[in-house]
Design a binder for this molecule. Structure first.
Ligand SMILES: Nc1ncnc2c1ncn2[C@@H]1O[C@H](COP(=O)(O)OP(=O)(O)OP(=O)(O)O)[C@@H](O)[C@H]1O
Ligand SMILES: [Mg+2]
Length: 375
């Protein structure tokens, strides 16, 4: 799959951008604060409808402009599609697929898949559990539309349930919870089961990728589930186990006024050589583990969709030593379309000669000479 053309207007500091891309390697280079990550962000939004920077859509509109437009031509499984996303300060967000408006924006996710590598990925290892849940949720949302809809439903029910718990603290009418708990258990089990299944696959893939990047190190991932033990495999067992656990914590939940168990409390344990990387890993080990997770994500998407996702590598080369940089380049060669950013062309000296190179300066992109001429 790939993105053949990107055409944006008023996207952050990029007032106009209209370029075709190479189906393999695209290099974006330029000084700091010129607009490289902004271009990566626009491509990411085409895949997921949302920014990875977790900002409101309005922030994407160029200062002083009223609207932003991101248009792209994409190809997936040999089918060409046009995606157009517009946000305006007054009229919100509109998405068009092949010129037809999409009512449920979630339906647009997965038309093209993207995997982003960025320095902030370290948070998946170092940060709190929400970062790790986000990693797995975004991956599942990109590859399984039913998961996205289950997650939206779960979040709605969780909010209601938390409001009710606060209400019950005053009224003591615990029977109010019953109808909500049925749905709460149902969606919780759907989500945890899918996360667990996905992570078992990711675990194997990440282990393999990590072995290639970091000899002698064994990377392992495990889903830490608050509602059932991983051994209880089927949905029915999961629901029974969860309902029983909920009964045991009911009084505590009422006292605290929020839900103490469920997919919103789960975590992912990441170990290197059986030692928890979050607490005991070196900076370099954490960085490599984060890259291995992203490589595994790309492999997972390939296994589901039969095509590699578009790889967006924002500013990660500057963080890697020569050996790891070379290993990573070697591993990426077979992957599909790649966008990679950096501050100088020298960072990409070893990369494929067929790259299309863009020089980014003050929000404008100029096509630069070929890599082979820059060596
Ligand atoms: N809504 C907006 N309107 C106009 N400019 C914006 C907007 N949002 C961000 N910018 C500006 O865009 C500029 C480029 O940001 P970007 O993150 O793309 O830089 P970069 O080239 O990736 O730099 P670095 O090498 O430091 O990562 C920044 O100076 C930022 O202030
Ligand atoms: Mg940047």
């Amino acid at each position: 799959m790939n993105i053949t053309t990107l055409n944006t207007t008023n996207f952050r500091n990029i007032v106009e951008f209209k370029h075709d891309f190479s189906p393999s390697l695209n290099i974006l280079f330029g000084n700091n604060a010129q607009g490289k990550t902004n271009i990566i962000e626009a491509i990411y939004i085409i895949g997921t409808t949302k920014s990875f920077r977790r900002v409101q859509d309005e922030k994407l509109i160029n200062f002083g402009s009223e609207y932003v437009k991101i248009d792209a031509k994409i190809v997936k499984n040999e089918i060409e599609k046009d995606i157009s996303i517009r946000f305006s300060r007054n009229n919100g967000k509109k998405i068009l697929l092949n010129n037809k408006p999409i009512i449920k924006h979630a339906d647009c996710v997965g038309n093209i898949n993207v995997t982003l590598f960025c320095p902030e990925d370290l948070m998946i290892i170092n940060g709190d559990a929400a970062n790790r849940r986000r990693f797995i949720d975004i991956l599942l949302c990109q590859t399984d539309r039913a998961y996205l809809s289950d997650l939206i439903n779960f979040q709605r029910i969780l909010k209601q349930r938390n409001n009710l718990l606060k209400e019950i603290r005053e009224s003591r009418k615990t029977e109010l919870l019953e109808p909500w708990d049925e749905q709460f258990c149902e969606f919780s089990c759907k989500i945890t089961t899918k996360r667990d299944q996905c992570l078992r696959k990711i675990n194997k893939m990440a282990h393999k990728c990590h072995q290639k990047l970091q000899f002698n190190e064994n990377l392992a991932l495990k889903y830490v589930c608050s509602i059932y033990s991983i051994e209880e495999e089927n949905q029915a067992d999961c629901k029974i186990a969860f309902k029983n656990k909920l009964k045991r914590v009911l009084n505590e939940e009422i006292a605290k006024g929020f839900s103490l168990l469920g997919p919103h409390r789960d975590d992912l344990e990441i170990e290197i050589n059986q030692i928890n990387t979050r607490f005991f890993g070196s900076q370099g080990q954490k960085r490599s583990a984060a890259i291995s997770l992203r490589l595994a994500e790309a492999e997972y998407i390939k296994a589901i969709t039969e095509e590699y996702p578009i790889l967006l590598l924002d500013d990660i080369f500057s963080e890697l030593d020569e050996q790891r940089k070379n290993d990573l380049i070697h591993m990426l060669q077979k992957k599909q379309q790649i966008f990679i950013t950096g501050t100088s062309l020298a960072e990409f000296a070893g990369m494929a000669p067929e790259a299309k190179i863009f020089y980014i300066q003050e929000g404008k992109a100029r096509i630069h000479a070929h890599t082979k001429q820059t060596r």
